[in-house]
Each structure stands twice: as structure tokens, then as C-alpha cells.
Write a protein that binds this ligand. Structure first.
Ligand code: ADP
Length: 487
């Protein structure tokens, strides 16, 4: 009963019934007014006619006879000129007692009313032995003599009968409309909702293991067709996301398997030969230490990625980029020195632009880029440059290292992707560093891109939205919450 179909049908029905009901009531009262107006026009006409004859004549001027006009009016038969089967005329004296009546009134008289004492016209509906009568009273002066009261009445039976019939007809039409509207509403709402039911059924048939299926309701161009198309597009996105997750699990298992296999093999070597051969012991222990450290790095990287992509809220606060970059450069300085590389920080540093972010995540982002620069550079320098435009902070991390082939540039931000060059050279790494960089940039509503440098080497550009410097310096500025979006 609470289904959409019933709700639509009920609302349709109620709405239409209200409209039909209102129209009927307005029609009924309009007709009543017209009929009343007609009756009033008729008795007005007769009343005015008599009044004008009475007031035009002097006290002794008669209507063809030498009697005062009031006496003439009172004579039986004189009022027949104005009466009809539905119209009655009565002349009363100044005290309100009848002095003459049309013959169709027989022994019946109109009621005496207080208005009889006043001049002017009054209207009333009275019920007497003749029936329901609409009566017009007018007190008229007869020359200088005492006034008389002219009463003209119109039967309302015909009028009431017409109204009754109209009311019955309207009631019948209304009841018929109720039935028709209920049926039409149910039919209309059912046919409007049916495709949704079919769509629900079709969607229900698609199981979680059938993400490659599509509804393909391409012949429908209405709302339901659009809903089906949206559902198909969502299925496509889901399929893609599931495939990505499957790929990720297989990549992660593969990457975790290698160090685990090495650790396992070395542990067996230790078990068998460790006591007898000190070289085996030293080598195996070193391999175990190195591989377990690589494992730990990878798990840490995965945890950071999972956190950045989980969609949970992390607190954001104004961060001055020059400070974050200085810390990242300082912590990598010793590694650069080991390889005799120049590690430089330049640009808009005093005080430099601020962003709304998480300082730890931003430090990790730039550390990853700087560490990569040092890792893939044998000679020359790694430069970190900070620049600011009106609403963006731009950081370049460029090196004079091995560079990245054009075809790899698009893939280096994928999880576990490592170029052949870095694999074959057995450079330490997890393939997660740049994926983490991209996730952290996205958390900060920023972007990151890599380019090949003309003279060799790679340049990474990170762009982050700036905030006003005043907010950054004000320590009381409330930390804001940002939503970490999924990839
Ligand atoms: P890794 O742990 O292997 O460094 P990253 O995700 O940080 O993983 O990098 C992915 C790959 O991109 C690296 O294996 C390397 O092939 C390439 N790469 C990243 N940074 C640089 C760079 N500065 N110079 C050359 N190649 C790079």
C-alpha cells in the first residue's frame, strides 16, 4: 500500500476530486445566483411598474376610473394584469394589512414584517400555504395621502426544482468522476511505474560475479532509459574498479612473495649450514635483514596508500610549503652527500606560499620525489624549486639522472610499476612511491606530473591550491577537515 504506484494513484485521485468537487460547488452556486437574479428581476419589474403608476397619479387621478389609485388597485381583478401562475401581487395599507390581492393568492396573505414601517424596498423568502415565495416589499406614497405597501412574490418551486436537479446531476457526475478518476489513476500510475519494476527485476538478475553484463536498454530514451544507461555506466565503472583491485592484489602478492621467498630460502640455509659455515651465516642474515626491511617498506607504503584512499577524513591545517620542503631536503641530504650529488632548495621560500593540508603527508610526498631523484641520479644535482602563482603553489623536483622513457611516463604513477631500467639495475624500491605521491596530491586537491628534461633527467611538477598567507600564520586558525577521495 506504501508503494510508489499507490501513492501516485492516491495523489492523482485526491487532486482531481478536489478540482471536480470545487468546480461543481462553484457551478451550483453560480446557477443558484443566476436563478435568484432572474426571479428578483421579475418581481422588481412588476414592483417598479406598480409603484410608478401609484406615485405618478395624484390623490384623485384614477386608472381610467374616478377612484383614488390605491382603492382601484385594491379592487378585485385589477391586480390580475401583473399576476401569473407563479407570480403573486398584494397591496397592503400603511399598517400592513392587505387591501387587495391577485386572485391566485386565494385566502393566503404575505406575512407582515417590521420593514412594512419603512420606505424603500426589501426582499425576503417566506414559506406559506402557497409554497416557498421570494417576496419584494415596497412602501409607496400615493400623492399626499397615506402610503401603501406593494408586495410582489415569485414562487421558488420551479427554481428549487431546477437547483435540486442540478445538484443531483452534479452529484452523479462527481460520483462517476470518482470512479473514473480512481480507475484512470491506477491505470496511469501502473503504466508509469511498470518499467521501473522491470528495471528492478533486470538489475536484480545481475549477480556480483556478472559485472560484465549490461542492461542495454538503448531503445528507451525516457527517464527509465536514462536510468538503465546510468546503471550500465556504473556497472562498467564497477567492473573496471574490481579489475583494478584484482590486479592490485595479484601485484601486491607477487611483490610480497619475492622477499618472503628470499627470507625463507636464507632461513633454511641458516638452519642447515649456519652453524658450520660462518660465510653462509653472515650472507643469509644480511639477506634476511635486507629483505625484511624491504617488506616493511612495502607494507608501510601500502598502509599509507590505503589511508590516503580510504575516504576517511583527515585533519587539514594551513601548512607553509617552504618549511615542509626544508625538512624533506634536510632528511635526504646525507643520502645525496653519499652519492656526491648537489641537493638544492630554491625559489619562493621567504616566507612562500601556504596550502591547506596535512604536513606529514606533504612531507612524505616531497620526500618520495627527492629520494627518487637521488636514487636515479649518478651525477649532477637534484633541485627542489618552490614557486607561487595567484592561487597555486607549484613545486618542481628535477634531477639530472637516468630519465624515464616516454612510454613509461604515463604508467609510473601506477601501483607497483617500475621501469625496466630500474628493475634490471636492481635499484632498491617498491614501485609504490609515486602512487603514494599521486594519492597525497589528490587528497590536497592538487596534481602531479612528470616530464623528461631536455638535457637528460626527470622533472616532477606538483601543483597545490594556495590559501591566504594570513590564515597560515594565524595559529588560532581552526583546522579544517578535508575529505580524502578515492582514486
Ligand atoms: P620505486 O620504489 O621503484 O622508486 P616509484 O613509484 O617511486 O617506485 O617509482 C616508480 C618508477 O618510476 C621507478 O621504479 C622508476 O623506474 C621510475 N622513476 C621514478 N622517479 C624517477 C626519477 N626521478 N628518475 C627516473 N626514473 C624514475
Amino acid at each position: 500500500m506504501h508503494s510508489l504506484r499507490w501513492r501516485i494513484a492516491t495523489w492523482y485521485t485526491l487532486l482531481l476530486l478536489c478540482v471536480i468537487g470545487l468546480v461543481s460547488i462553484v457551478l451550483f452556486f453560480q446557477l443558484r445566483t443566476i436563478l435568484f437574479d432572474q426571479a428578483r428581476a421579475r418581481i422588481d419589474q412588476i414592483g417598479r411598474d406598480i409603484a410608478s403608476i401609484v406615485s405618478r397619479s395624484g390623490p384623485l387621478v384614477a386608472i381610467g376610473e374616478a377612484f383614488p389609485v390605491d382603492e382601484q388597485l385594491a379592487l378585485p381583478g385589477n391586480l390580475e394584469h401583473w399576476s401569473s401562475p407563479t407570480t403573486y401581487v398584494e397591496i397592503d395599507n400603511a399598517q400592513g394589512y392587505p387591501i387587495g390581492k391577485s386572485q391566485n393568492m386565494g385566502g393566503v396573505s404575505f406575512a407582515r414584517r417590521p420593514s412594512d414601517q419603512r420606505f424603500g424596498v426589501t426582499y425576503s423568502v417566506e414559506k406559506n400555504a402557497l409554497g416557498d415565495i421570494y417576496v419584494r416589499d415596497e412602501r409607496v406614497k400615493v400623492g399626499g395621502a397615506t402610503p401603501i405597501i406593494v408586495k410582489v412574490g415569485e414562487r421558488l418551486d420551479v427554481f428549487n426544482e431546477t437547483l435540486r436537479r442540478t445538484r443531483d446531476l452534479l452529484l452523479f457526475v462527481f460520483l462517476f468522476a470518482v470512479a473514473a478518476v480512481i480507475a484512470a489513476s491506477i491505470f496511469l500510475s501502473s503504466s508509469a511505474i511498470r518499467p521501473i519494476g522491470e528495471l528492478t527485476e533486470a538489475i536484480g538478475e545481475i549477480g556480483s560475479d556478472q559485472l560484465n553484463r549490461r542492461l542495454a536498454w538503448t531503445d528507451r530514451t525516457d527517464e527509465v532509459g536514462r536510468l538503465a544507461a546510468t546503471f550500465d555506466a556504473m556497472l562498467a565503472r564497477l567492473e573496471e574498479a574490481f579489475a583494478r583491485e584484482r590486479q592490485f592484489i595479484s601485484d601486491a602478492s607477487h611483490e610480497l612473495k619475492t622477499p618472503l621467498t628470499i627470507i625463507n630460502a636464507n632461513a633454511q640455509m641458516l638452519e642447515r649450514w649456519g652453524d658450520r659455515d660462518p660465510h653462509v651465516r653472515t650472507d643469509s642474515l644480511r639477506a634476511i635483514v635486507e629483505e625484511s626491511a624491504a617488506l616493511a617498506r612495502m607494507v608501510n607504503g601500502l598502509l599509507t596508500l590505503a589511508k590516503a584512499e580510504s575516504g576517511e577524513r583527515i585533519p587539514l591545517e594551513p601548512v607553509r610549503l617552504s618549511e615542509v620542503l626544508s625538512e624533506a631536503v634536510r632528511s635526504s641530504a646525507s643520502r645525496a652527500a653519499e652519492k656526491s650529488l648537489v641537493l638544492r632548495l630554491s625559489g619562493d621560500l621567504h616566507p612562500g606560499p601556504c596550502v591547506l593540508g596535512n604536513a606529514n603527508l606533504l612531507r612524505q610526498l616531497f620526500s618520495n620525489l627527492i629520494e627518487n631523484g637521488i636514487k636515479f641520479t649518478e651525477r649532477g644535482e637534484v633541485e627542489v624549486n618552490l614557486a607561487a602563482t595567484a592561487d597555486e603553489a607549484v613545486v618542481h623536483v628535477s634531477d639530472t639522472g637516468v630519465g624515464i622513457e616516454e612510454e613509461s611516463l604515463a604508467r609510473i604513477f601506477d601501483r607497483f610499476y617500475r621501469t625496466d631500467r630500474s628493475r634490471s639495475r636492481a635499484v632498491e624500491g617498491t614501485g609504490l612511491g609515486l602512487a603514494i605521491v599521486r594519492s597525497i596530491a589528490r587528497v590536497h586537491e592538487g596534481t602531479v606530473q612528470a616530464t623528461r628534461r631536455a638535457g637528460g633527467g626527470t622533472a616532477f611538477q606538483v601543483t597545490l591550491p594556495r590559501i591566504a598567507t594570513r590564515a597560515a600564520s594565524a595559529s588560532e586558525a581552526p583546522p579544517e577537515q578535508a575529505f580524502i577521495s578515492r582514486q
